[in-house]
Design a protein around this ligand. Structure first.
Ligand code: IPE
Length: 258
């Protein structure tokens, strides 16, 4: 099982470096309780996006004033990662941090290298590898942002998990933004046609792309054969049930045509 704990569920996205500590601790306990073998990716939320956007880090190097910003984001996402790893360890899920700033390489913003063997070897030892959205070196742009979704895709391609679970702060993929539109309804099976029908107003992109980009990644992952689902991590018990292979409220993303 491959799990992404989105920045929206483990942090308060609008308020700089604010952890959703209760949600994170509970999710760690749910992972333990499920008994599932997992690899974990987490987003950056308010530990990454705010400063990254201020310094336009996703576009790569353009001026020296970005350097302090890049270092600040790397420090902040490490702090978040330590919160995640500590809570997993405390819950009884032995975990290790694999920061993209140290184990990943970008090329023009695309993930071009990831030390996947290291993930496999820790996994074989019974230690859950935990990686996350981070700043990483870029061979063309000097540095860039390596998103949790890019990491999910690369890990899914290599390890072919049975199920890929994206955990967010909403029930799944909606016809409109559920935070602002009361008519938004949950799309249980997301395919290319459903994606094309989504209103473009959903395109309020953060530094790592819009919801469309995330769904595209999920469709590509699902096309490798696994099951890709998006669920609400703020609803107690859903992650545990999804890890047990049970049907839960959420969206199932059906493999997209490449
Ligand atoms: C963002 O990673 C990385 C940085 C801004 C440093 P993600 O795109 O995976 O994070 P979330 O889940 O949207 O917060």
């Amino acid at each position: 099982m491959l799990v992404k704990l989105g920045g929206s569920v483990i942090t308060e996205k609008g308020s700089y470096r604010t952890l959703r500590a209760d949600a994170l601790s509970r999710l760690a306990q749910e992972i333990k309780a499920s008994g599932a073998a997992v690899m974990i990716v987490h987003g950056a939320g308010s530990y990454g996006h705010i400063v990254a956007a201020r310094h336009q880090l996703q576009k790569g190097y353009s001026n020296p004033s970005q350097i302090k910003g890049a270092a600040q984001v790397m420090e902040d996402v490490r702090a978040l990662n330590l919160e995640v790893v500590s809570r997993l360890n405390r819950a009884g899920v032995a975990s290790v941090s694999l920061p993209p700033s140290a184990v990943a390489e970008l090329s023009g913003g695309a993930l071009s290298g990831l030390d996947l063997d290291r993930f496999g070897r820790y996994n074989d030892l019974g230690i859950v590898p935990v990686t996350f959205g981070d700043v990483a070196l870029d061979s063309k742009r000097k540095f860039g942002i390596c998103s949790g979704d890019q990491l999910m895709e690369s890990l899914a391609e290599r390890f072919r998990p049975e199920r890929i679970i994206f955990v967010t702060d909403v029930d799944g993929v909606f016809t409109a933004d559920p935070h602002s539109d009361p008519r938004a309804s949950l799309i249980e099976n997301v395919d290319r046609a459903a994606l094309d029908a989504l209103p473009r107003s959903q395109r309020n992109a953060d530094v790592t792309g819009s919801i469309f980009g995330k769904i595209e990644v999920m469709m590509r992952i699902a096309s490798h054969g696994g099951d890709a689902v998006a669920i609400n991590g703020l609803a107690p018990g859903r992650l545990e049930a999804a890890l047990r292979g049970q049907r839960v409220i959420g969206s199932k993303v059906v493999g997209g045509a490449e």
